[in-house]
Design a protein around this ligand. Structure first.
Ligand code: NAD
Ligand code: ZN
Length: 248
């Protein structure tokens, strides 16, 4: 393992344009359960079904109760962990240029990263389905379900539900970042949610090296990614960063 950490650190230090792609796994050590995998809050129901735009439009109260209010409580308490902070440090060192994230938790920005592409939007804001006015998610009163805007319209989170398309500008920027990097770090990403999972493939096809940090193998492992650090993101990043600081 020590050799693997050293190797990854060397690749990071010699990279000219590092891009990170992150999924729900990077925030697990911040107390936010992923949708897939064991131990999740979501074992009670299928988030892919409850989190689908059609479920929301059919029964917004149910989706608010099961998924959105639960997510709000979890996110309120969450703080960046060593993996988010490590990526912020790599940006400070001038190595990391862009973070592409599937996450909606805002933890990369809180850690200090400035160029973050939020593929699936952000959970911090709600938007009225009728008049489009916005409200902060933490500020809304949950006594009334589903919460409503002053105009009477129902609020929805600004994040992208399953079944909705990624905003084209975000997709474009992600494709450009993926095709121009020389190293991509894929952290806590199961690589089964498209089109995010395609970004490492673009990176690889453009000549970049792809390295994964994930306790579990993914469809990228061995095919698209050359190396995988089989550890939790925070622990792995702490070790890698210590080595980066030593040799940079
Ligand atoms: P995902 O692609 O985000 O997969 C999670 C991956 O994280 C798995 O491969 C798992 O092996 C890995 N993992 C688990 N613990 C880890 C750790 N400590 N360190 C590193 N890797 C770890 O897929 P998902 O969880 O099914 O989520 C689907 C979508 O739902 C995401 O794309 C995201 O948009 C959204 N989501 C976001 C959050 C968040 O914002 N934090 C949380 C849950 C789901
Ligand atoms: Zn309204």
């Amino acid at each position: 393992m020590e050799d693997l950490i050293k190797k990854v650190a060397e690749h990071i230090v010699s990279a000219k344009h590092l891009v990170a792609l992150t999924g729900a796994g990077i925030s697990v050590e911040s107390g936010i359960p992923p949708f897939r995998g064991k131990g999740g809050l979501w074992e009670k129901f299928d988030p892919m079904e409850v989190g689908h735009i059609q479920s929301f439009m059919r029964d917004p109260e149910k989706v608010w109760r099961l998924l959105i209010s639960e997510m709000r409580n979890v996110l309120k308490a969450a703080r960046p962990n060593a993996a988010h902070l490590g990526l912020a440090r790599l940006e400070e060192l001038g190595i990391l240029k862009t973070v592409i994230t599937q996450n909606i938790d805002g933890l990369h920005q809180l850690a200090g990263n400035r160029d973050v592409i939020e593929f699936h939007g952000n959970f911090a804001w709600l938007r009225c389905l009728d008049c489009s006015s916005r409200e902060e998610t933490v500020a809304v009163d949950l006594a009334q379900m589903p919460p409503r805007c002053a105009c009477g319209g129902i609020y929805r989170p600004e994040c992208v539900f399953f079944g909705e398309t990624i905003p084209p500008a975000d997709l474009d920027r992600s494709q450009i970042a993926s095709s121009t990097c020389d190293l991509m770090l894929v952290m806590g990403c199961s690589a089964v949610v498209q089109p995010a999972a395609f970004m490492p493939v673009i990176a690889k096809q453009s000549g970049a090296l792809v390295i994964e940090i994930n306790p579990e193998p993914t469809p990228l492992t061995g095919a698209t990614s050359t190396l995988r650090v089989p550890e939790k993101a925070g622990k792995a990043m702490r070790e890698i960063l210590a080595e980066v600081e030593r040799i940079k």
